[in-house]
Design a protein around this ligand. Sequence first.
Ligand code: DNO
Length: 361
Amino acid sequence: MKMTFRWFGAGHDPVKLRDIKQIPGMTGVVTSLLDVPAGEAWPMTRIMAAKAETAKAGLEMEVIESVNIHEDIKLGAPGRDEKIENYITTIKRLAQVGVKCICYNMMPVLDWARSHLYYDLPDGSNTMRYQAEFIASTTPEELAARYAKESDTYEMPGWEPERMKNIRTCLEAYAGLTEDDFYANMKYFLDAIIPHAEKSGILMGVHPDDPPQPIFGLPKLIISRENLRRYLNLNPSKNNGLTLCTGSLGASKANDVPALIREFGAEGRIHFAHVRNLRFENETDFYESAHFSPCGSLDIYAIMKALHDVGFNGWVRPDHGRMIWDETTKKGRPGYGLYDRALGANYLLGLWEAISRGGEA
Ligand code: DNO
């Protein structure tokens, strides 16, 4: 298992590579070129610059999160072939600089969503919260405006003002799409890219939909054991795998996260894991807690034990953390402060060490 840390890239992240390097056990960053629009091929010069910058800080760049999927691909719209070609070009280019895993998602229109980005907890820290009722009472435009106001410095990926301009057209485009159409479009994409991923030695890891419930009338498809299985069956190659996100899947009480890890991990289909905790407030609502099991509703020990037992040798990153200490007053990237994620990473590493050593001194 390799411990990694998400870093949004130069100019897009207040966390410094040097700070990441100082976290014990950190091997590399999980990064992206945030400003390259979905559907375009990533320029080689930019890829090489990102690689050089992380290498200079003594960190690996083996995982990319995300290379985003253009809506035409998800919708099966005319124009998808060109975007798929560009995706293949990006895969090949990333492989050239030593990238080994690409995380992406198939969420229609929007990336992940929360009702609150900086929800105050009694101990003075703040965190992200999801309240279904709140989401039901608002519109995507209002939510995007709220995100922009609250996290004034950085845009929330998937909620950029530019995207919001076309939001109505995008939402309408999904109205006529059945679940079977959607899976057929995903298969078309996978069948085109996976042979190239295989040749380039790149493991593709689809990220589940977050939260695992429909919002704004949009389907949420990759949210359960059955959906994960259906997605993997679309293309049986091992390179077609999962980014196992404990917080996304674990936000549905129907999902038993350690059991999912045991099932898909034993088949070698989990390439990358996002590990975080959350605390349920009722059947659907939750806030994101510290990683430590007693702080939340997920059993992080059981999750790490399951990863260990299936011989997981991919990448893990601590996922969202709270804003704590002097970060509570700074509006950094919601969920992506330095301190709580660093604590989370070392908690996960501690669990891993204890599990690996099996009680041996
Ligand atoms: C949230 C993240 C997601 C994730 C993408 C993967 O913090 O886990 O934004 O990066 O959905 O494509």
